[in-house]
Design a protein around this ligand. Sequence first.
Ligand code: BDR
Ligand code: CA
Length: 306
Amino acid sequence: MKKVLIDCDPGIDDALALALAAGSADFLDVVGVTTVGGNVDLSLTTANALALREFLGMGDVPVTPGSAGALLRQTVRAAHVHGAGGLGDVVLPAPERGASPGHAVDHIIETLKADPGEITLVAVGPLTNLALAVRREPRVVEWARDLVIMGGSYTRGNHNPAAEFNMLADPEAAAVVFEAGWTVTMLGLDVTLSAVVTADVLERMRGLGRLSELLVPAARFYGVVTAEGGPAIHDACAVAYVLDPSLFTCVPAVVDVETMGQFTRGMTVTDFKLRDRRPNALVATSVDVERFWDVVLGAYGKLAAR
Ligand code: BDR
Ligand code: CA
């Protein structure tokens, strides 16, 4: 059983990542969900996380709100991709329970401190909460078992030609996280754009009872507005990696986040040659798409059958 703490900004693909975690309860113990302003405002990402916790049957896992905006930059949102509320046109039942008291940054620090070496951090939104945690308590770097992010790319951007959304939304935070001294496992657009909900996958989602009421409209909404050849459920890749790292090929690299470029702010400049530097990242370079979907749809199937 692996323990994970998921920092997210739901977000359609964040929701599908949480569904993957919820459906993998035999292998993953979700010890916390923290939220960050990202795809939509913090109030909405938190409301969505709370609704998802109940819809997905995640029990009493604490949902703790965190940072509303980037460390330095003006807010960038992606409501044009995820819909004004963040979950496309999906309306989940109103949750009965509220968020945990306190701030995500404290929750991350305290949770890791209480269980050093055991908890994998999975971050699938802008890295603001993680950067603040590292700055406030640098020992989180030692306490975390691993850090797995969806973000960046060594080949392209999506928000603009250079930068992936989560990096662009808070480049200074991303730089802090990459420079913190741990190894960041980076599932970037290079692989996540292959995690596409094809017509066949959508068909398999349709058979999943009540869960399909989230998955199908969310994927269809996302599919309509993305331009990369189909709705790619980026964030689910980070959870899938924790479940089965062998789904991905990962290569050590030095990753620097561009914070000053006029046209390249948020770019993850990736050097596989390492030169004289110690690698700070394990960068995913390929994904076994067929096995990825077997894992994801298998977990969704288990969740639907509960
Ligand atoms: C990432 O940006 C967000 O819009 C998605 O939720 C995902 O985390 C993809 O670039
Ligand atoms: Ca996200």
